[in-house]
Write a protein that binds this ligand. Structure first.
Ligand SMILES: Nc1ncnc2c1ncn2[C@@H]1O[C@H](COP(=O)(O)OP(=O)(O)OP(=O)(O)O)[C@@H](O)[C@H]1O
Ligand SMILES: [Mg+2]
Length: 228
């Protein structure tokens, strides 16, 4: 079993959206459970709207003692959706202590840079969890050059004090009105078909889940930055 936490102390970067849709694409080849440990319950209400149609199991729990038992579960992959504020530090640390990998979504916005760096420094590294940043809500209408500049910025660490860059997924998730409406519709990405928008979204999340699988297959833990 692998435990993946989707985390970051900045609100609204796409943690819940990433957790639910990655879980959906991963569930095509794995028995997947999503656990919502956020008292805000965003993914829980999304899952409630989806009902029995969800392609993975779902649970919500904010009790650090229960979270500490997460590895006893009988799933191939557990994806944990975590809170986007620091009042939840005990929960976040309980989750990271059980995690094999952390995904940190970041939108291409200046205000997202410091929080993601702080989350890596204060939570992910102290718990010794391999991780990748994931560019989310990428607006392709703004052109390849802007995307390339953002990738470069994460890679060279220009804005991360004392860093040479933070590891990121090569693939990214595009901004999508369809993705934005999924919680309201009570569906996850694999439950759509045959429109251009849905094909793009399925492709994005599938590429990231394949990249994740290949990081593991290639002994990804050693590729990722570890606690210094
Ligand atoms: N790729 C995307 N394209 C368009 N909208 C997106 C995308 N990813 C997320 N969103 C939207 O951005 C908003 C914030 O996303 P989400 O709730 O997943 O963030 P979060 O990090 O979990 O927030 P919180 O910190 O409050 O838990 C939501 O309205 C969601 O639908
Ligand atoms: Mg959320």
């Amino acid at each position: 079993m692998r435990v993946i936490s989707v985390t970051g102390q900045k609100g609204g970067v796409g943690k819940s959206t990433t957790a639910m849709n990655l879980a959906a694409t991963l569930s095509r080849a794995n028995r997947v459970l999503v656990v919502d440990v956020d008292p805000q319950r965003t993914s829980t209400s999304w899952a409630e709207r989806a009902g029995d149609d969800l392609p993975f199991d779902f649970a919500s729990n904010t009790d650090p003692d229960v979270i500490a038992q997460i590895r006893r579960l009988d799933h191939d992959i557990v994806v944990v959706d975590t809170p986007g504020n620091l009042q939840a530090a005990p929960v976040l640390n309980a989750v990271l202590a059980q995690s094999d990998f952390a995904i940190l979504p970041i939108t291409p916005a200046f205000v997202d840079i410091d929080p993601v760096h702080e989350t890596v420094r204060d939570y992910v590294r102290p718990n010794n969890v391999p991780y990748r940043l994931l560019l989310n809500r990428v607006n392709r209408a703004r052109g390849d050059r802007r995307l390339d500049a953002w990738k470069e910025l994460l890679d060279n660490g220009e804005f991360f004090a004392g860093e040479t860059g933070l590891p990121r997924f090569t693939n990214h998730i595009r901004m999508s009105a369809l993705v934005e409406d999924m919680p309201l519709e009570g569906r996850v990405v694999t439950q759509y078909n045959d429109t251009r928008a849905s094909q793009a979204a399925i492709q994005d999340y599938t590429m990231v889940s394949l990249e994740l699988t290949s990081i593991w297959a290639n002994g990804g833990d050693s590729l990722s930055e570890r606690k210094v």
